[in-house]
Design a protein around this ligand. Structure first.
Ligand SMILES: *Cc1c(COP(=O)(O)O)cnc(C)c1O
Length: 365
C-alpha cells in the first residue's frame, strides 16, 4: 500500500457506504479517467469483467470472430469465449513482444477479400509494453473494427505521450493483486463514449430497468466494484507515478547487472513509447548461454528466489486448441525462453543484488 489508502477507507466507513456504489467509487472513476486521459471511466469487480462487458457492447456474440494477441494472459481470450465467440490469435513481434502489425494487416486484408472481417480486435499491451497503436488504429478504421485495448498490465505506460487504453473504443485496466497498483481485486473500463460507459455500468448492476420495482429486460451481471475497494484504489492511484519510476529503476539495475551475459536478452522498448517495466522479462538462449530458462528458475528457487516463465501463448493452451492462429512461432519462442524476474516495488536494492548474483552464477557453469 502507498500511504493514504486507509484515510479513504476511513471516509468510506464514516459515510457508511459499504456497497458496490458510493462516493469513493464515483471519485475513483473520476480521478482514474483524469489520470489516464480518458473522458469517462466505470469501476468493475475485475479486469476480466471489464473485457467481458466491452465485448458485449461491441456486439460480439455467438458465431462472431475476434482477433486477439496470442501472447497474453488467458483472461483476454476467455472474455471472448464468455460471449460464445471465436478468438483468432495473432503472433507477436520480437520488437515489442506485442501484436505483430504486419501479420495483422495481412490477415485483415485476406479476410476483407473473403468477406470475413472480425467483429472486434482485442489488443493486449503486455508486461507494461505499449503495442504499436497508430498503424493498428488505422487498420481498425479502414476495416471498421471495434478496437478494445487490454491495458491490464500497462497502466502508466506511454505511447507517443499518451497512455495506452485511451486509443481504442474502450480500454480496460486491472487492480488485481499482481498489477502495478491494486485494490486486491478490481477493474476499470475507460472510454470517450458515454453510451458505452453507461451501458457497461447498467449491465454490471444486474441490468435493472429504471422502474421503482425490480424489473429486468436484459441479462445483467453483478460486476460492480465495492466502495471500500474504490477507496483503496484512490490511495493507490496517488503512488502510480512512483511505482512506474521504481519499476523502471528495477529494470535498469537488472540491465546493468546482467546485460553483459551471453545469450540473455531483455524485453526491448520500441522508440514509439515508454514501457512501465511492470515485470522485468528476459529471454535466455540455451545455445549461447549454456543454460536454459528452466534451469535458471530451478537455481533461483534454491536461493528462495521466485521467478516465473513468460505467459504460455493462447494457441498452445488446451482450452484454445480449436481456435485459429496466424503465425505463432515468435510467441512460442518467447514462451520457451522467457523468464520474468522478481520485480516487486517492495524489493530493496540489496534484494536486487542478490537476484543478480544468483542469475550470474547460473551462467558460470
Ligand atoms: C490481469 C490481466 C487481466 C485480467 O484482470 P483481472 O482483474 O485479474 O480480472 C486481463 N488481461 C491481462 C493481460 C492481464 O494481465
Amino acid at each position: 500500500m502507498g500511504g493514504r489508502e486507509l484515510e479513504f477507507v476511513r471516509e468510506a466507513f464514516d459515510s457508511n457506504y459499504i456497497a458496490p456504489l458510493g462516493p469513493q467509487v464515483d471519485a475513483f472513476e473520476e480521478e482514474f479517467a483524469r489520470k489516464v486521459g480518458a473522458k469517462y471511466a466505470t469501476a468493475l469487480s475485475s479486469g476480466t469483467a471489464a473485457l467481458h462487458l466491452v465485448l458485449r457492447y461491441a456486439g460480439v456474440a455467438g458465431g462472431d470472430e475476434v482477433i486477439c494477441s496470442t501472447f497474453t494472459f488467458v483472461a483476454s481470450a476467455n472474455a471472448i469465449k464468455y460471449q460464445h465467440a471465436q478468438p483468432v490469435f495473432i503472433d507477436s513481434s520480437f520488437d515489442s513482444w506485442d501484436m505483430d502489425v504486419e501479420l495483422l494487416q495481412k490477415e485483415l486484408h485476406r479476410r476483407a477479400e473473403n468477406g470475413r472481417l472480425p467483429k472486434a480486435l482485442m489488443l493486449v499491451h503486455l508486461y507494461g509494453q505499449p503495442a504499436d497503436l497508430d498503424p493498428i488504429m488505422e487498420l481498425c478504421e479502414k476495416y471498421d473494427i471495434f478496437l478494445i485495448e487490454d491495458a491490464a498490465e500497462a497502466l502508466g505506460a506511454e505511447y507517443k505521450g499518451r497512455m495506452p487504453g485511451t486509443f481504442g473504443r474502450a480500454g480496460i485496466f486491472s487492480f488485481n493483486g499482481n498489477k502495478i497498483i491494486t485494490t486486491s481485486g478490481g477493474g476499470m473500463v475507460v472510454s470517450d463514449d458515454i453510451n458505452l460507459i453507461k451501458k457497461v455500468n447498467f449491465w454490471a448492476t444486474q441490468a435493472r430497468d429504471p422502474e421503482v420495482y425490480y424489473q429486468h429486460s436484459e441479462l445483467g451481471y453483478n460486476y460492480r466494484l465495492s466502495n471500500i475497494l474504490a477507496a483503496i484504489g484512490r490511495g493507490q492511484l496517488r503512488v502510480l507515478d512512483e511505482r512506474v519510476a521504481r519499476k523502471r529503476e528495477i529494470f535498469a539495475r537488472y540491465l546493468k547487472g546482467l546485460g553483459d551475459l551471453p545469450g540473455l536478452e531483455f524485453m526491448p522498448e520500441p522508440g514509439y513509447g515508454r514501457a512501465t517495466r511492470w515485470l522485468t522479462c528476459v529471454i535466455i538462449d540455451p545455445e549461447i548461454a549454456g543454460v536454459d530458462r528452466n534451469k535458471v528458475m530451478q537455481e533461483l528457487e534454491k536461493h528462495n528466489i521466485e521467478s516465473r516463465p513468460t505467459w504460455k501463448p493462447m494457441h498452445l493452451q488446451p482450452l484454445y486448441r480449436e481456435s485459429p492462429v496466424v503465425g505463432g512461432k515468435v510467441a512460442e519462442e518467447l514462451f520457451a525462453k522467457g523468464l520474468c524476474l522478481p520485480s516487486g516495488t517492495g524489493m530493496s536494492d540489496d534484494d536486487l543484488e542478490r537476484v543478480i548474483k544468483a542469475v550470474r552464477e547460473c551462467f558460470k557453469a
